[in-house]
Design a protein around this ligand. Structure first.
Ligand code: FE2
Length: 303
């Protein structure tokens, strides 16, 4: 198995968009039988199930669901028939079969970037034809590896217009999901990629992005991690939230990490120790359940 990044990626990793080549998609783990098996093995209470709706102007909130009793085979069938998005978070740790893939990916990232990676999280994404993941950003670094299907990815620059600091801070403080308000005119600033199996993509930390599947089931690995730089940025944003809230300042995350960033990050670490928040809990309640008797394969709870 291989994951190859371009020559000379060291200075560009985390600062520029990089394309990778890989052959992870050749594994039978990700054919229909393999996915159904992985879904059966994965702790069901951890399975993230979402519907997003079509990308439109402004806020695009997603709905969160569950599938406590369905077999992996039926869940996969619901993906094929419906409009849903599954994320098997921490699949690299929860699923023994993915451990080797996770190690291969992060070894390749460390070799290409020359940086140590921490807080590694390989999420297995399985999603329906034509589904869109609305405009959002992720706090950690992200690399996306396409395994099955085809999708278009828009990656936008990080600036105050496209990714307001207040939103980044609320996401860091876990008081909101990662979605951002969208304007179609933002697309003028986006770089657009059509991902197919064997392709991978890495973009700068906190860069907003959105995704639209082609008319086919999509399977990919979303690999989140922190480097020292990205961790300092995330913690500096945490302190910025406190400064904004308590001292009415308007701090920003600089283009590159500086001495002030390290100071803010150190303060955030102390603050988190004094006021621990516990593990992340999604602010979005579960409002639907997968149901094969419905055309959409989705049944609202309490309806
Ligand atoms: Fe993302």
């Amino acid at each position: 198995m291989f994951v190859d990044w371009p020559e000379g990626s060291k200075s560009a990793f985390g600062r520029e968009i990089l394309r990778a080549k890989h052959n992870i998609s050749k594994s039978s783990l990700f054919d229909d039988d393999g996915l159904a098996h992985l879904l059966d093995l994965y702790p069901r209470q951890n399975l993230d199930i979402w519907t997003f709706g079509k990308q439109s102007e402004g806020h695009n909130s997603a709905l969160r669901g569950r599938a406590p009793k369905m077999s992996g085979k039926d869940i996969l069938e619901a993906v094929k028939q419906g409009e849903i998005w599954l994320n098997l978070r921490r699949a690299g740790e929860e699923l023994f079969d993915l451990e080797h893939i996770s190690t291969t990916i992060f070894d390749s990232i460390e070799a290409a970037s020359g940086q140590r990676t921490t807080k590694r999280d390989v999420g297995l994404l399985i999603s329906s034809p034509n589904v869109e993941v609305n405009y959002h950003l992720d706090i950690p670094m992200v690399t996306l590896f396409q395994l099955r299907g085809q999708r278009r990815v828009w990656v936008y620059p990080r600036n105050e217009e496209l990714a307001p600091s207040t939103y980044i801070e609320e996401i860091v403080r876990m008081s909101r999901e990662e979605d951002l308000p969208y304007r179609s005119q933002f697309d003028d600033q986006a770089e657009v990629f059509d991902l197919k199996p064997g392709m991978g993509l890495s973009w700068p930390q906190l860069a907003p992005h959105r995704v639209k599947n082609a008319n086919c089931v999509n399977v990919s690995l979303s690999c989140e991690f922190q480097t020292m730089t990205s961790l300092v940025n995330a913690n500096a944003a945490y302190t910025n939230a406190l400064l904004r809230q308590n001292m009415h300042l308007s701090p920003k995350i600089p283009e590159t990490v500086n001495a002030l960033s390290f100071g803010k990050a150190a303060f955030a670490q102390v603050h988190k120790k004094l006021k621990p928040t516990g593990p992340r809990v999604s602010p979005t309640p579960i409002t639907f359940e997968l149901d094969m008797s419905k055309d959409t394969c989705v049944r609202p709870l309490w309806a």
